[in-house]
Design a protein around this ligand. Structure first.
Ligand code: TYD
Length: 230
């Protein structure tokens, strides 16, 4: 796609792009579901998607990375798998939806790569920047909600959700990994306060949903009156 075309297309996008981030067991999927219901009531066309995955091609990459196969290739190559998944997801799902005025709620996006592969996987910032340029160009979330809970609580929630199933490639990392991950997300939130809102998610789902909603009201101006009274 030519640079001018890309710019023209993006400036004409009308949907809002919201991403949800956080470590294991922070409650992202519960909050995304609640927000999608609320936006639906407000008559805003909305889709829910996730990374890695969200498109048929990217779901194949999801299987590879979460099985741990990507880890065998080393940090840079594993990061490339996430990038390949994102490239397909952005091109085939996210950008077409935004262009049609649809709101996109995405469970994880490039901040996950920055936190997991960048801060923890020791992939160099230059490598991450290059991948970001190729996969998402200048597409940036309008708002990123970062859910924050103490690591022990997040891991307990994840274990309860999983039951007798095995932890995935990242859940299986040690407690220090999860503590560092929490710190990495807090740092991302601090560095980009225009885009990111850090929310204390160590509360009931409805209380957290209320905080998510006020973050939307504070950061996104285009919510119709009907939405604020929903
Ligand atoms: P998922 O089951 O969706 O985890 P969660 O419920 O914690 O969101 O698994 C996605 C895993 O992939 C998660 O552990 C984070 C990791 N991940 C990365 O390491 N880099 C990325 O760029 C993305 C999108 C996810």
């Amino acid at each position: 796609m030519g640079e001018t075309n890309a710019r023209t297309q993006r400036t004409s996008m009308k949907g809002k792009f919201l991403t949800f981030e956080g470590g294991t067991g922070t409650g992202k999927s519960t909050q995304i579901k609640k927000l999608a219901e609320r936006l639906h009531v407000a008559k805003l066309r909305t889709i829910v998607t996730r990374e890695p995955g969200g498109s048929p091609g990217a779901e194949i990459m999801r299987y590879l990375v979460l099985s741990g196969m990507g880890k065998l290739l080393g940090p840079d190559a594993e990061t490339l798998l996430f990038a390949a998944a994102r490239d397909d997801h952005v091109r085939t799902v996210i950008e077409p939806a935004l262009t049609q005025g649809i709101w996109v709620l995405c469970d994880r996006f490039f901040d996950s790569t920055r936190a997991y592969q960048g801060s923890l996987g020791q992939v160099a910032p230059g490598v991450l920047n290059a991948m970001q340029r190729v996969t998402i160009g200048d597409l940036k979330p309008d708002l990123t909600i970062i859910l924050d809970v103490p690591v022990e609580i997040g891991l307990q929630r994840a274990a309860a959700r999983r039951g007798s199933g095995a932890p995935d490639r990242f859940e299986a990392e040690d407690i220090k990994f999860h503590q560092d991950l929490r710190d990495a997300y807090r740092q991302i939130a601090a560095e980009d306060p225009q885009r990111c809102v850090l929310i204390d998610a160590n509360a009931g789902a409805d209380a957290v949903a209320a905080q998510v909603w006020s973050a939307l009201r504070d950061h996104l101006f285009a919510i119709p009156n009907a939405a604020s009274s929903a």
